[in-house]
Design a binder for this molecule. Structure first.
Ligand SMILES: [Zn+2]
Length: 163
């Protein structure tokens, strides 16, 4: 049986269903959506391997339209793989809108996510980021301290090259 996920409620259906068993919505609509919309939709996918992959692709594509969906995915997620990939994606996209979300991830998340949040902030840069990273240099956790230092030094290298 091929599982078809409802584009409205993410409920599971079979390929033979035309309307969703859970919410009654049309199942055919998902197929016709543009690729970007499908990727953003997939950030909330119930299958645990799908959402991290979608976040990764959005980061690789530097999709600025994905910034807000990635932020809300991070705020609503507890899955480590999704958190890691979404944080990295926000760093690759490099949009300052992600700073408050990444600051939260840097302070309070899984260690691997905190580490990636420092890297992502380093990719975005700016005075606010420098402030956030500088305060993370005093973090009780050594991995976080090192990640914050590395991000700060990558920022100062970049500034050095520009001037
Ligand atoms: Zn549904």
């Amino acid at each position: 049986m091929i599982v078809v996920y409802c584009p409205q409620c993410y409920g599971m259906n079979t390929e033979k269903d035309e309307t969703c068993r859970h919410c009654g919505g049309l199942l055919l609509e998902a197929g016709g959506k543009p690729y970007l919309e499908k990727l953003i939709w997939a950030l909330k996918h119930p299958e645990p391997t799908v959402s991290p992959r979608a976040a990764w692709v959005l980061g690789e594509r530097r999709e600025s339209q994905a910034v807000e969906p990635l932020i809300s995915a991070i705020d609503g997620a507890s899955d480590m793989a999704l958190l890691e990939e979404a944080v990295v994606a926000l760093g690759k996209i490099g949009d300052p809108r992600a700073i408050p979300c990444l600051e939260r991830a840097l302070r309070d998340s899984y260690l691997s996510v905190r580490q990636r949040a420092a890297w992502a902030l380093g990719r975005i840069g700016g005075p606010v980021v420098i402030e956030v990273l500088t305060s993370a240099v005093d973090d009780p956790n050594q991995t976080v301290r090192e990640a914050a230092l590395a991000a700060l030094s990558s920022l100062s290298n970049r500034t050095g090259h520009q001037s």
